[in-house]
Write a protein that binds this ligand. Structure first.
Ligand SMILES: [Zn+2]
Length: 397
């Protein structure tokens, strides 16, 4: 709970400080979404700054292409747009236009397939990294400070100040060696690693500067990661767009889509859904509708927490339904009364035992093996997600 309050206070304080703060927290949450069960080292999680740079590229690229009309921004954000624009102008590849918002999908694909990245792209990521070090990070405490280390690992307020969520950490320095931003900055701004043609994996491995987060905070954020991500997106839009609900500027969609990129991969998702349908047909036999319990003649795989409110195709949110119940339910949230809860748990057990026996299929479907451990308390998690969705004013998610 302290962690959620901490996030809220970061998002609300100093509103004039541009959108960088939102971008920083959003990227941290993306990391946690990708690695919800990461094992800590000495009680800490180290999130590479260049990883944050990659996420920033995803957020700001579509916005840069659509133009910034309707979006509030400060001078620092304009300089980020300049960096991206220079990259686009340098691209000589005539067979492909980098001047469409979709271009970021191609860039993302390249990065995530771990292909060798060209010089321009690595240099772009490194430039965004500098921007991150210079802008939001100067307000972050230095993790090698001993008092802060205690606070980060225990998750308890150390002094009078507010609860610390994370600190800045350079892994080439000894603990306690440097305790102020200027000195850690001078040790970190020069990119020590190789430049030029290298894969994303190599690039990330050469990072020496990290956001260091205690396991307590990490675990708390991991529990409600999607909820937090959605809350950040909503706050970001509220902050940066005047009357965003009435405003139909393309830039808003660009910002929204850029922020949501990690969630939406339409083509791959269809393949995943087809595969999940095949597995469901095999394991839920004989097949009964999760809502009316009648035997199913014509089968649908329903997102229990509706896709429109929680756009994730994970097996633990997908259940067989008859056509009629599925269309009646539409995108409503179903109440989890006792009977429904019991049915849900039974169906979940079937999914779980399948994926525990076939973990490689879970990986193909974009899941993580660690997800299976977490699933033991899965019905509780689903309940929590539903409460969270209901709890926020979710006109955008
Ligand atoms: Zn039914």
């Amino acid at each position: 709970m302290e962690v959620l309050i901490g996030i809220e206070s970061v998002l609300f304080s100093e509103k004039k400080s541009s959108t960088y703060k939102f971008a920083l927290i959003s990227a941290l949450v993306d990391y946690i979404i990708e690695n919800p069960n990461e094992y800590p080292q000495n009680g800490f999680h180290n999130i590479p700054i260049v990883y944050l740079a990659k996420q920033w590229l995803y957020y700001y690229y579509p916005l840069m292409i659509y133009g910034e009309k309707g979006i509030k921004q400060g001078p620092a954000q304009i300089s980020l747009h300049k960096i991206i624009r220079e990259f686009v102008e340098k691209q000589q590849d005539k067979s492909f236009s980098y001047l469409t918002p979709e271009a970021i999908l191609k860039i993302k694909e390249k990065i995530e397939a771990d292909e060798i990245l060209d010089k321009e792209l690595t240099s772009l990521l490194i430039k965004i990294r500098y921007q991150i070090i210079d802008q939001p990070l100067q307000y972050i405490k230095i993790a090698s400070n001993r008092n802060l280390q205690e606070e980060l690992t225990s998750g308890v307020k150390f002094k009078e100040e507010s609860f610390a969520l994370f600190g800045l950490y350079n892994n080439t320095l000894l603990s306690g060696e440097l305790e102020d931003y200027q000195s850690i900055r001078s040790k970190s701004t020069a990119w020590k690693g190789k430049r030029g043609e290298m894969s994303w994996f190599e690039l990330e491995r050469e990072e020496t500067l990290f956001i260091q987060m205690g396991h307590y905070t990490y675990r708390e954020l991991a529990k409600s990661r999607f909820f937090i991500k959605d809350a950040i997106i909503k706050r970001w839009l509220e902050y940066s767009v005047e009357n965003y609900l009435q405003n139909d500027s393309k830039a808003i969609y660009a910002l929204f889509n850029g922020l949501n990129l990690h969630k939406k991969e339409p083509e791959r998702e269809t393949l995943k859904m087809n595969k999940l349908r095949k597995i469901a047909l095999q394991i839920f036999e004989p097949m009964h509708c999760i809502y009316c319990e009648k035997e199913i003649k014509s089968f649908d795989l329903d997102h229990f927490i509706p896709w429109s409110k929680y756009p994730v195709d994970r097996f633990w949110n997908l259940f067989p339904t008859c056509k009629s119940c599925n269309s009646k339910k539409s995108d409503k949230i179903v109440e989890l009364e006792k009977k429904m809860q019991r049915r849900l748990s039974n169906y979940l057990r079937v999914w779980l035992s399948y994926f525990k026996e076939n973990p490689e299929e879970l990986l193909i479907l974009g899941g993580k093996e660690a997800e299976l451990l977490e699933m033991d308390s899965l019905d509780k998690s689903i309940k929590l997600i539903i409460e969270q969705i209901k709890g926020i004013n979710n006109d955008l998610i």
